[in-house]
Design a protein around this ligand. Structure first.
Ligand code: ATP
Ligand code: MG
Length: 437
Protein backbone atom coordinates (compact mmCIF):
# COMPACT_ATOMS: atom_id res chain seq x y z
CA UNK A 1 0.00 0.00 0.00
CA UNK A 2 1.19 3.51 -0.73
CA UNK A 3 0.28 6.97 0.50
CA UNK A 4 -2.40 8.51 -1.72
CA UNK A 5 -1.19 10.63 -4.66
CA UNK A 6 -0.52 14.19 -3.56
CA UNK A 7 -0.11 13.19 0.11
CA UNK A 8 3.15 12.25 1.79
CA UNK A 9 4.69 11.05 5.02
CA UNK A 10 6.95 13.47 6.84
CA UNK A 11 9.84 11.63 8.47
CA UNK A 12 12.71 12.52 10.78
CA UNK A 13 15.03 14.33 10.52
CA UNK A 14 12.86 16.63 8.33
CA UNK A 15 10.08 16.71 10.94
CA UNK A 16 12.52 18.50 13.27
CA UNK A 17 12.50 21.37 10.76
CA UNK A 18 8.68 21.39 10.71
CA UNK A 19 8.64 21.56 14.49
CA UNK A 20 11.17 24.38 14.53
CA UNK A 21 9.07 26.37 12.03
CA UNK A 22 5.94 25.86 14.10
CA UNK A 23 7.72 26.75 17.36
CA UNK A 24 9.10 29.96 15.81
CA UNK A 25 5.66 30.87 14.45
CA UNK A 26 3.99 30.29 17.84
CA UNK A 27 6.66 32.38 19.52
CA UNK A 28 6.25 35.29 17.09
CA UNK A 29 2.42 35.12 17.27
CA UNK A 30 2.61 35.21 21.07
CA UNK A 31 4.75 38.36 20.99
CA UNK A 32 2.14 40.05 18.78
CA UNK A 33 -0.55 38.91 21.23
CA UNK A 34 -2.30 36.41 18.95
CA UNK A 35 -4.13 33.39 20.40
CA UNK A 36 -4.49 30.01 18.75
CA UNK A 37 -7.75 28.80 17.21
CA UNK A 38 -8.34 25.18 16.13
CA UNK A 39 -11.33 24.64 13.90
CA UNK A 40 -12.55 21.26 12.57
CA UNK A 41 -10.86 19.72 9.56
CA UNK A 42 -14.23 19.34 7.81
CA UNK A 43 -17.15 21.73 7.58
CA UNK A 44 -20.52 22.07 5.86
CA UNK A 45 -19.85 22.45 2.12
CA UNK A 46 -21.96 25.62 2.04
CA UNK A 47 -19.40 27.43 4.20
CA UNK A 48 -16.74 27.21 1.50
CA UNK A 49 -19.18 27.81 -1.35
CA UNK A 50 -20.02 31.15 0.30
CA UNK A 51 -16.81 31.87 2.21
CA UNK A 52 -14.34 31.12 -0.59
CA UNK A 53 -16.63 31.66 -3.59
CA UNK A 54 -18.35 29.36 -6.11
CA UNK A 55 -16.31 30.76 -8.98
CA UNK A 56 -12.85 30.15 -7.54
CA UNK A 57 -10.71 27.22 -8.68
CA UNK A 58 -10.77 25.97 -5.09
CA UNK A 59 -14.54 25.58 -4.92
CA UNK A 60 -15.23 24.75 -8.55
CA UNK A 61 -12.70 21.95 -8.90
CA UNK A 62 -10.38 21.36 -5.96
CA UNK A 63 -12.58 20.39 -2.98
CA UNK A 64 -12.95 16.97 -1.36
CA UNK A 65 -16.70 16.81 -0.83
CA UNK A 66 -18.96 13.93 0.14
CA UNK A 67 -22.53 13.24 1.20
CA UNK A 68 -22.53 12.31 4.87
CA UNK A 69 -25.46 9.94 5.27
CA UNK A 70 -27.91 10.29 8.12
CA UNK A 71 -27.46 7.65 10.85
CA UNK A 72 -30.71 8.31 12.63
CA UNK A 73 -34.17 9.61 11.75
CA UNK A 74 -33.36 12.84 13.54
CA UNK A 75 -30.31 13.45 11.34
CA UNK A 76 -30.22 14.84 7.83
CA UNK A 77 -27.88 13.85 5.07
CA UNK A 78 -25.34 16.65 4.86
CA UNK A 79 -22.79 17.67 2.26
CA UNK A 80 -19.39 17.95 3.98
CA UNK A 81 -16.00 19.13 2.71
CA UNK A 82 -12.42 18.77 3.91
CA UNK A 83 -11.32 22.35 4.49
CA UNK A 84 -9.35 23.74 1.52
CA UNK A 85 -8.36 26.80 3.59
CA UNK A 86 -8.95 28.06 7.11
CA UNK A 87 -10.26 31.64 6.90
CA UNK A 88 -13.87 30.58 6.30
CA UNK A 89 -13.75 28.27 9.34
CA UNK A 90 -12.26 31.01 11.54
CA UNK A 91 -14.92 33.54 10.52
CA UNK A 92 -17.65 30.93 11.04
CA UNK A 93 -16.30 30.35 14.56
CA UNK A 94 -16.09 34.12 15.16
CA UNK A 95 -19.80 34.40 14.31
CA UNK A 96 -20.88 31.19 16.10
CA UNK A 97 -19.23 32.15 19.40
CA UNK A 98 -20.17 35.82 19.22
CA UNK A 99 -16.51 36.79 19.53
CA UNK A 100 -17.30 40.30 18.27
CA UNK A 101 -19.53 40.97 21.30
CA UNK A 102 -16.49 41.62 23.47
CA UNK A 103 -15.97 44.79 21.44
CA UNK A 104 -12.30 43.83 21.16
CA UNK A 105 -10.18 42.96 18.19
CA UNK A 106 -9.82 39.18 17.79
CA UNK A 107 -6.28 38.14 16.83
CA UNK A 108 -6.28 34.45 16.00
CA UNK A 109 -3.73 32.12 14.45
CA UNK A 110 -3.92 28.52 13.25
CA UNK A 111 -1.54 25.79 12.10
CA UNK A 112 -2.92 22.76 10.34
CA UNK A 113 -3.62 20.61 7.29
CA UNK A 114 -5.68 21.80 4.30
CA UNK A 115 -6.93 19.71 1.37
CA UNK A 116 -7.21 20.54 -2.33
CA UNK A 117 -7.51 18.18 -5.29
CA UNK A 118 -4.77 19.80 -7.38
CA UNK A 119 -2.25 18.38 -9.83
CA UNK A 120 0.58 17.30 -7.50
CA UNK A 121 4.00 18.79 -8.23
CA UNK A 122 6.88 20.34 -6.32
CA UNK A 123 5.39 22.68 -3.70
CA UNK A 124 1.84 21.61 -4.55
CA UNK A 125 0.19 18.77 -2.68
CA UNK A 126 -3.33 17.51 -2.04
CA UNK A 127 -2.79 17.59 1.70
CA UNK A 128 -0.60 20.50 2.77
CA UNK A 129 -0.18 22.58 5.88
CA UNK A 130 -0.91 26.25 6.37
CA UNK A 131 0.17 28.62 9.12
CA UNK A 132 -2.19 31.57 9.11
CA UNK A 133 -3.67 34.35 11.18
CA UNK A 134 -6.68 36.66 11.14
CA UNK A 135 -7.31 40.05 12.77
CA UNK A 136 -11.07 40.60 12.89
CA UNK A 137 -13.53 42.60 14.96
CA UNK A 138 -16.23 45.26 15.00
CA UNK A 139 -15.25 48.55 13.32
CA UNK A 140 -15.36 50.23 16.78
CA UNK A 141 -12.36 48.04 17.74
CA UNK A 142 -10.28 49.61 14.98
CA UNK A 143 -10.50 46.59 12.69
CA UNK A 144 -10.60 48.75 9.56
CA UNK A 145 -7.50 50.73 10.43
CA UNK A 146 -4.60 50.62 7.95
CA UNK A 147 -2.39 50.22 11.02
CA UNK A 148 -3.75 46.65 11.37
CA UNK A 149 -2.69 45.88 7.79
CA UNK A 150 0.78 47.31 8.36
CA UNK A 151 1.17 45.46 11.66
CA UNK A 152 0.27 42.12 10.05
CA UNK A 153 2.77 42.74 7.24
CA UNK A 154 5.47 43.84 9.67
CA UNK A 155 4.79 40.68 11.74
CA UNK A 156 5.18 38.56 8.59
CA UNK A 157 8.51 40.15 7.75
CA UNK A 158 9.67 39.42 11.31
CA UNK A 159 8.45 35.82 11.13
CA UNK A 160 10.15 35.11 7.79
CA UNK A 161 13.38 36.70 9.05
CA UNK A 162 13.32 34.70 12.28
CA UNK A 163 12.66 31.52 10.32
CA UNK A 164 15.81 32.32 8.35
CA UNK A 165 14.09 32.70 4.95
CA UNK A 166 16.45 34.86 2.88
CA UNK A 167 15.44 36.99 -0.10
CA UNK A 168 11.64 37.09 0.26
CA UNK A 169 9.73 39.73 -1.69
CA UNK A 170 6.53 41.39 -0.45
CA UNK A 171 4.15 42.22 -3.32
CA UNK A 172 1.54 44.73 -2.25
CA UNK A 173 -1.57 46.18 -3.86
CA UNK A 174 -4.99 47.61 -3.09
CA UNK A 175 -8.13 46.31 -4.78
CA UNK A 176 -10.21 49.13 -3.29
CA UNK A 177 -13.89 48.95 -2.39
CA UNK A 178 -16.45 46.94 -4.34
CA UNK A 179 -17.48 50.18 -6.10
CA UNK A 180 -13.83 50.79 -7.07
CA UNK A 181 -13.61 47.28 -8.45
CA UNK A 182 -16.82 47.65 -10.45
CA UNK A 183 -15.34 50.80 -12.03
CA UNK A 184 -12.09 48.98 -12.73
CA UNK A 185 -13.89 45.99 -14.25
CA UNK A 186 -15.61 48.35 -16.68
CA UNK A 187 -12.30 49.98 -17.59
CA UNK A 188 -10.70 46.55 -18.11
CA UNK A 189 -13.58 45.26 -20.20
CA UNK A 190 -13.33 48.28 -22.50
CA UNK A 191 -9.54 47.99 -22.80
CA UNK A 192 -9.79 44.26 -23.56
CA UNK A 193 -12.23 44.60 -26.47
CA UNK A 194 -9.61 45.41 -29.16
CA UNK A 195 -6.97 42.90 -27.97
CA UNK A 196 -8.71 39.92 -26.37
CA UNK A 197 -9.18 38.16 -29.74
CA UNK A 198 -5.39 37.61 -29.80
CA UNK A 199 -5.28 36.23 -26.23
CA UNK A 200 -5.77 32.71 -24.81
CA UNK A 201 -9.23 31.12 -24.62
CA UNK A 202 -9.30 31.42 -20.82
CA UNK A 203 -8.76 35.17 -21.11
CA UNK A 204 -11.49 35.42 -23.74
CA UNK A 205 -13.90 33.82 -21.28
CA UNK A 206 -12.60 35.90 -18.34
CA UNK A 207 -13.00 39.11 -20.34
CA UNK A 208 -16.73 38.35 -20.28
CA UNK A 209 -17.24 36.81 -16.83
CA UNK A 210 -14.60 38.37 -14.57
CA UNK A 211 -12.07 40.65 -16.33
CA UNK A 212 -10.01 41.00 -13.11
CA UNK A 213 -8.95 37.39 -13.56
CA UNK A 214 -7.16 38.24 -16.81
CA UNK A 215 -4.43 39.73 -14.60
CA UNK A 216 -3.72 36.24 -13.17
CA UNK A 217 -3.00 34.80 -16.64
CA UNK A 218 0.43 33.15 -16.93
CA UNK A 219 0.40 32.44 -20.70
CA UNK A 220 3.64 34.05 -22.03
CA UNK A 221 2.15 35.35 -25.31
CA UNK A 222 -0.63 37.15 -23.37
CA UNK A 223 1.79 39.11 -21.20
CA UNK A 224 2.51 42.00 -23.64
CA UNK A 225 -1.25 42.64 -23.89
CA UNK A 226 -1.74 42.50 -20.15
CA UNK A 227 1.06 45.02 -19.63
CA UNK A 228 -0.91 47.62 -21.61
CA UNK A 229 -4.13 47.27 -19.56
CA UNK A 230 -5.18 50.00 -17.10
CA UNK A 231 -4.08 49.50 -13.47
CA UNK A 232 -6.50 49.34 -10.53
CA UNK A 233 -4.66 52.14 -8.69
CA UNK A 234 -6.23 54.61 -11.14
CA UNK A 235 -9.75 53.40 -10.27
CA UNK A 236 -9.50 53.77 -6.49
CA UNK A 237 -11.59 56.42 -4.74
CA UNK A 238 -10.09 58.91 -2.27
CA UNK A 239 -10.84 56.76 0.81
CA UNK A 240 -9.16 53.68 -0.66
CA UNK A 241 -6.17 55.71 -1.80
CA UNK A 242 -5.79 57.19 1.69
CA UNK A 243 -6.03 53.73 3.26
CA UNK A 244 -3.33 52.36 0.98
CA UNK A 245 -1.08 55.39 1.53
CA UNK A 246 -1.42 54.93 5.31
CA UNK A 247 -0.41 51.26 5.04
CA UNK A 248 2.70 52.07 3.00
CA UNK A 249 3.63 55.03 5.26
CA UNK A 250 3.59 52.71 8.29
CA UNK A 251 5.64 50.08 6.44
CA UNK A 252 8.17 52.74 5.42
CA UNK A 253 8.42 53.95 9.02
CA UNK A 254 9.01 50.39 10.23
CA UNK A 255 11.54 49.73 7.47
CA UNK A 256 9.64 46.84 5.87
CA UNK A 257 10.49 46.63 2.14
CA UNK A 258 7.70 46.00 -0.39
CA UNK A 259 7.02 46.39 -4.06
CA UNK A 260 3.72 47.52 -5.57
CA UNK A 261 2.33 44.85 -7.87
CA UNK A 262 -0.62 46.20 -9.86
CA UNK A 263 -1.56 42.72 -11.05
CA UNK A 264 -2.07 41.29 -7.59
CA UNK A 265 -5.88 41.18 -7.35
CA UNK A 266 -8.33 38.82 -5.75
CA UNK A 267 -11.39 37.96 -7.77
CA UNK A 268 -13.89 37.76 -4.91
CA UNK A 269 -16.48 40.37 -4.08
CA UNK A 270 -15.76 40.68 -0.39
CA UNK A 271 -12.03 41.24 -0.75
CA UNK A 272 -11.27 44.88 -0.10
CA UNK A 273 -8.31 47.18 -0.15
CA UNK A 274 -4.97 45.66 0.90
CA UNK A 275 -3.90 42.45 -0.87
CA UNK A 276 -0.45 40.93 -0.63
CA UNK A 277 1.74 37.97 -1.39
CA UNK A 278 5.25 37.04 -0.27
CA UNK A 279 7.25 35.19 -2.90
CA UNK A 280 10.61 33.43 -2.97
CA UNK A 281 12.75 32.91 -6.06
CA UNK A 282 13.97 29.48 -4.97
CA UNK A 283 10.53 27.88 -5.30
CA UNK A 284 10.25 27.79 -9.10
CA UNK A 285 6.73 27.89 -10.55
CA UNK A 286 5.06 27.62 -7.13
CA UNK A 287 6.83 30.73 -5.86
CA UNK A 288 4.20 32.05 -3.41
CA UNK A 289 5.16 31.51 0.22
CA UNK A 290 1.97 33.11 1.44
CA UNK A 291 -0.99 35.18 0.39
CA UNK A 292 -3.49 37.36 2.18
CA UNK A 293 -5.50 40.51 2.37
CA UNK A 294 -8.48 42.38 3.72
CA UNK A 295 -11.95 40.83 3.64
CA UNK A 296 -14.20 43.50 5.08
CA UNK A 297 -17.43 41.88 3.82
CA UNK A 298 -16.81 38.22 4.63
CA UNK A 299 -18.60 38.03 7.98
CA UNK A 300 -21.79 39.47 6.46
CA UNK A 301 -21.49 37.03 3.54
CA UNK A 302 -21.63 34.23 6.10
CA UNK A 303 -24.64 35.74 7.89
CA UNK A 304 -22.68 37.42 10.68
CA UNK A 305 -22.36 40.99 11.97
CA UNK A 306 -20.18 43.57 10.31
CA UNK A 307 -16.62 42.50 11.13
CA UNK A 308 -13.85 43.85 8.92
CA UNK A 309 -10.69 41.80 8.98
CA UNK A 310 -7.34 41.04 7.46
CA UNK A 311 -5.42 37.79 7.36
CA UNK A 312 -2.96 35.57 5.56
CA UNK A 313 -2.17 31.91 4.94
CA UNK A 314 1.38 30.68 4.63
CA UNK A 315 2.30 27.41 2.90
CA UNK A 316 4.33 25.50 5.50
CA UNK A 317 5.45 22.92 2.90
CA UNK A 318 6.95 25.75 0.85
CA UNK A 319 8.73 27.21 3.89
CA UNK A 320 10.32 23.79 4.43
CA UNK A 321 11.35 23.52 0.75
CA UNK A 322 12.93 26.99 0.89
CA UNK A 323 14.83 26.29 4.10
CA UNK A 324 16.03 22.88 2.89
CA UNK A 325 17.33 24.46 -0.33
CA UNK A 326 19.13 27.16 1.67
CA UNK A 327 20.73 24.57 3.96
CA UNK A 328 21.98 22.38 1.14
CA UNK A 329 25.43 21.11 2.03
CA UNK A 330 24.95 21.78 5.73
CA UNK A 331 24.34 18.70 7.81
CA UNK A 332 20.80 18.60 9.15
CA UNK A 333 21.24 15.36 11.07
CA UNK A 334 20.86 15.95 14.78
CA UNK A 335 22.48 13.34 17.01
CA UNK A 336 21.66 12.27 20.53
CA UNK A 337 24.05 13.38 23.29
CA UNK A 338 24.93 9.82 24.18
CA UNK A 339 24.32 6.16 23.43
CA UNK A 340 24.26 3.92 26.47
CA UNK A 341 25.73 0.52 25.69
CA UNK A 342 25.14 -2.18 28.29
CA UNK A 343 27.89 -4.73 27.65
CA UNK A 344 27.43 -8.20 29.04
CA UNK A 345 28.24 -11.79 28.46
CA UNK A 346 25.84 -13.24 25.88
CA UNK A 347 25.92 -16.60 27.62
CA UNK A 348 24.75 -15.27 30.98
CA UNK A 349 21.07 -14.44 30.53
CA UNK A 350 20.57 -13.34 34.14
CA UNK A 351 23.47 -10.91 33.96
CA UNK A 352 22.09 -9.43 30.72
CA UNK A 353 18.70 -8.82 32.28
CA UNK A 354 20.38 -7.06 35.19
CA UNK A 355 22.61 -4.91 32.94
CA UNK A 356 19.78 -3.92 30.61
CA UNK A 357 17.69 -2.95 33.62
CA UNK A 358 20.55 -0.87 35.03
CA UNK A 359 21.04 0.78 31.63
CA UNK A 360 17.38 1.82 31.53
CA UNK A 361 17.82 3.31 35.00
CA UNK A 362 20.88 5.27 33.87
CA UNK A 363 19.10 6.44 30.71
CA UNK A 364 16.14 7.60 32.80
CA UNK A 365 18.43 9.54 35.14
CA UNK A 366 20.20 11.31 32.24
CA UNK A 367 16.99 11.99 30.33
CA UNK A 368 15.48 13.56 33.43
CA UNK A 369 18.48 15.90 33.44
CA UNK A 370 17.59 17.01 29.92
CA UNK A 371 19.98 14.92 27.85
CA UNK A 372 19.05 13.17 24.59
CA UNK A 373 19.80 9.50 25.12
CA UNK A 374 19.72 6.48 22.84
CA UNK A 375 19.57 3.14 24.65
CA UNK A 376 21.41 0.08 23.34
CA UNK A 377 21.04 -3.62 24.13
CA UNK A 378 23.21 -5.84 26.33
CA UNK A 379 23.40 -8.78 23.94
CA UNK A 380 25.15 -6.68 21.23
CA UNK A 381 28.84 -7.32 20.65
CA UNK A 382 31.16 -4.37 21.35
CA UNK A 383 31.55 -3.61 17.64
CA UNK A 384 27.84 -3.61 16.96
CA UNK A 385 27.26 -1.24 19.89
CA UNK A 386 29.96 1.15 18.62
CA UNK A 387 28.58 1.11 15.06
CA UNK A 388 25.04 1.83 16.24
CA UNK A 389 26.26 4.52 18.64
CA UNK A 390 28.40 6.27 16.02
CA UNK A 391 25.37 6.63 13.73
CA UNK A 392 22.97 8.00 16.33
CA UNK A 393 24.93 9.80 19.05
CA UNK A 394 27.91 12.05 19.75
CA UNK A 395 29.26 9.84 22.53
CA UNK A 396 29.00 6.30 23.81
CA UNK A 397 28.71 5.35 27.50
CA UNK A 398 29.77 1.81 28.31
CA UNK A 399 28.00 0.09 31.16
CA UNK A 400 29.49 -3.32 31.94
CA UNK A 401 29.70 -5.36 35.14
CA UNK A 402 32.84 -3.40 36.21
CA UNK A 403 31.23 -0.01 35.65
CA UNK A 404 28.15 -1.13 37.51
CA UNK A 405 30.26 -2.15 40.54
CA UNK A 406 32.59 0.87 40.58
CA UNK A 407 30.11 3.57 39.54
CA UNK A 408 32.75 4.90 37.11
CA UNK A 409 31.67 4.85 33.48
CA UNK A 410 33.68 4.71 30.29
CA UNK A 411 32.77 7.45 27.78
CA UNK A 412 34.10 7.78 24.27
CA UNK A 413 33.58 10.87 22.15
CA UNK A 414 33.28 10.04 18.45
CA UNK A 415 34.48 13.33 17.00
CA UNK A 416 37.62 13.64 19.16
CA UNK A 417 38.25 9.92 19.68
CA UNK A 418 39.04 10.64 23.36
CA UNK A 419 38.08 8.02 25.94
CA UNK A 420 37.41 9.10 29.55
CA UNK A 421 36.48 7.59 32.91
CA UNK A 422 33.64 9.56 34.47
CA UNK A 423 32.00 9.05 37.91
CA UNK A 424 28.25 8.54 37.59
CA UNK A 425 27.49 11.71 39.56
CA UNK A 426 29.38 13.84 37.04
CA UNK A 427 28.14 12.04 33.95
CA UNK A 428 25.26 14.33 32.98
CA UNK A 429 27.41 17.46 33.09
CA UNK A 430 30.26 15.74 31.25
CA UNK A 431 28.01 14.48 28.45
CA UNK A 432 26.32 17.84 27.93
CA UNK A 433 29.51 19.88 27.43
CA UNK A 434 29.86 20.68 23.72
CA UNK A 435 33.61 21.31 24.34
CA UNK A 436 33.97 17.55 24.55
CA UNK A 437 33.59 17.61 20.76
P1 ATP B 1 -1.04 29.15 -5.75
O1 ATP B 1 -1.04 30.34 -6.64
O2 ATP B 1 0.33 28.67 -5.45
O3 ATP B 1 -1.98 28.09 -6.20
P2 ATP B 1 -3.14 29.98 -4.01
O4 ATP B 1 -3.53 31.33 -4.46
O5 ATP B 1 -4.00 28.83 -4.35
O6 ATP B 1 -1.62 29.68 -4.37
P3 ATP B 1 -3.78 30.53 -1.26
O7 ATP B 1 -5.11 29.92 -1.36
O8 ATP B 1 -3.63 31.99 -1.16
O9 ATP B 1 -2.88 30.01 -2.46
O10 ATP B 1 -2.98 29.81 -0.08
C1 ATP B 1 -1.93 30.44 0.63
C2 ATP B 1 -0.62 29.68 0.53
O11 ATP B 1 -0.82 28.30 0.76
C3 ATP B 1 0.05 29.74 -0.83
O12 ATP B 1 0.77 30.92 -0.97
C4 ATP B 1 0.94 28.53 -0.79
O13 ATP B 1 2.17 28.82 -0.10
C5 ATP B 1 0.14 27.55 0.03
N1 ATP B 1 -0.53 26.57 -0.83
C6 ATP B 1 -1.67 26.73 -1.55
N2 ATP B 1 -2.01 25.60 -2.19
C7 ATP B 1 -1.06 24.68 -1.89
C8 ATP B 1 -0.83 23.30 -2.24
N3 ATP B 1 -1.68 22.62 -3.00
N4 ATP B 1 0.27 22.68 -1.73
C9 ATP B 1 1.13 23.35 -0.93
N5 ATP B 1 0.98 24.63 -0.56
C10 ATP B 1 -0.10 25.30 -1.03
MG1 MG C 1 -4.00 27.46 -5.91
Amino acid sequence: MKAVRGTRDLLPPETALWNRIEATARDVFARYNFGEIRTPVFEDTGLFARGVGEETDIVSKEMYTWEDRARAQSEKTQSLTLRPENTAGVVRAYIEHGLGESGLLQKLYYIGPQFRRERPQKGRYRQFSQIGAEVIGPPSAGSESPLRDAEVLEMLSTLLDELGIKGWILHLNSVGSSADRARYNDALRAALVPVVGQMCVDCQRRAETNPLRVLDCKVPTDQPFIETLPVIADSLDEESKKHYAAVTAALDAAGVPYTRNHRLVRGLDYYTRTTFEFTHGGLGAQNALLGGGRYDGLSEMLGGPRAPGIGFAMGEDRLVLTLLAQQEGESVVTKADAYIAPLGDKEKADELVKLNAAALGLARELRHQGLWIELGEGSFRLKKSFDAADKTARQIVILGEDELQSGILTVKNFSTGVQSKVPRGELAVFLSIPANE
